[in-house]
Write a protein that binds this ligand. Sequence first.
Ligand code: ZN
Length: 107
Amino acid sequence: MAADSERTCIVCRGRAAKGQLWRVVWEEGRLRLDESQRRPGRGAYLHPARQCWLKRQEAERWERALRRPKGSLRQEDVVALQQELSCLTGVAVGVELLSKTPRKLRL
Ligand SMILES: [Zn+2]
């Protein structure tokens, strides 16, 4: 499949190269940002852009994306992730990243 490295943002449904999205996994009972993009298990992707990760996201949407059983994720789990991302972007990750034209990936 040619589009193998493309993933869909769980929030806006836009597509982008895998390396330009955040990968999130369910680990140790919580949603967790996978900085390495290599953690085991199914990952869900979203843009590192405020309009995506700050938007209200239904827990159900995450359940489906991560193939978790229905009712296994609570809204608090999603909010906790959003808080984590919020914290991270304040420190390290450039929020403007995706507002620019995507550059070629160095993989
Ligand atoms: Zn998005």
